[in-house]
Design a protein around this ligand. Structure first.
Ligand code: SF4
Length: 306
């Protein structure tokens, strides 16, 4: 029987890094993989790219989703159907032009869907993370033999995560293992110290979680931090909102889901996050946010610190 092949899912956050370090300590050969969503802070990419130099572990392989096929299908639909619906030709032409691949997975996914993901429609985790990792890494490995995926999920992160098992089988055919399931945050930092490895610098900047910057599920305080320390990322989201809006029939798209029916561009949400304007319904909306919660059983999106 073929040997078990080990693969560690890395996000650049503290928990998946702890699993990577735990895999090094196990002495087993393993692969490490990260899905680049195109919506991370550059510090996360730099941190992951240098992890092997700083630890002696394997270089993290980076996979990206490719939405060329979906964009081509959407573009053909726009050119064929929109003119029959009375949509002005200049709108059709602009939308068709924007449904070309940019090479940024997050933006291409949103353009192909005509909208941004949201807590209720969180297609980003599967489309940007789970599917590329499974298709590009796990399935080819499964063709060679059994695969064990090491996941950075801890029970104390949330009640929902605490319900997950230590082991289970993934529908792709691999086995999922949560080797730090019972660890505390202190255990996570302890293994970083043991390897003299500094955590992702975003934590020192005040981030409670590492992943998309921002996540569609981010909390008010996280959003305020991102706007304060990296305003260029908010400018990027403003550009993305304009592109996704121009590429869909309703000519409207916002990074955050409507709040009590109000469709708010990112600038307005930031203004509210800084000043508290917007009142109680906004606060309720953001307090209900899962804080980077990920519905995938691969736990590929880190949760905020409580
Ligand atoms: S971190 Fe947030 S925005 Fe990014 S893929 Fe996960 S749920 Fe989606």
């Amino acid at each position: 029987m073929a040997d078990i092949q080990h693969v560690v899912n890395v996000s650049g956050g503290k928990d998946s890094t702890a699993v990577y370090l735990r895999a090094i300590e196990s002495g087993r050969p393993f692969r490490a993989v990260m899905a680049d969503t195109g919506n991370e802070h550059e510090a996360t990419h730099e941190y992951v790219a240098r992890l092997h130099e700083r630890t002696g572990g394997p270089q993290v392989e980076v996979v990206r989703a490719d939405f060329s096929r979906q964009l081509a299908t959407h573009r053909a639909y726009i050119l064929r159907v929109w003119p029959t619906q009375g949509i002005p030709q200049h709108v059709v032409d602009e939308a068709a032009r924007l449904n070309e691949p940019t090479g940024n997975p997050f933006l291409d996914l949103c353009v192909s869907k005509g909208r941004f993901p949201s807590r209720k429609g969180q297609f980003c985790t599967d489309d940007l993370k789970t599917t590329p990792i499974i298709d590009q890494v796990v399935l080819p490995m499964l063709a060679q033999g059994p695969v064990l995926q090491w996941l950075g999920i801890r029970a104390e992160e949330s009640a929902k995560r605490a319900e997950q098992p230590l082991w289970n089988h993934h529908e792709a055919g691999s086995t999922l293992w949560r080797p730090i399931f019972s660890w505390t945050v202190e255990d996570v930092w302890a293994i970083h110290r043991r390897h003299a490895l500094r955590p992702n610098p975003l934590y020192a900047m005040g981030a409670g979680r590492v992943g998309c910057w921002p996540c569609v599920n981010c909390r008010k305080d996280e959003l305020r931090l991102i706007a304060d320390v990296t305003p260029e990322h908010i400018e990027r989201l403003e550009r993305w909102e304009a592109v996704v809006a121009a590429a869909n029939k309703h000519r409207m798209a916002t990074f955050f889901a409507p709040i009590n029916g109000d469709i708010l561009p990112i600038r307005n949400v930031i203004e509210w996050a800084r000043t508290g304007r917007g009142g109680r319904q906004f606060d309720i909306f953001m307090q209900q946010q899962a804080g980077g919660g990920c519905t995938s059983d691969l736990g590929l999106c880190e949760r905020s610190a409580a």
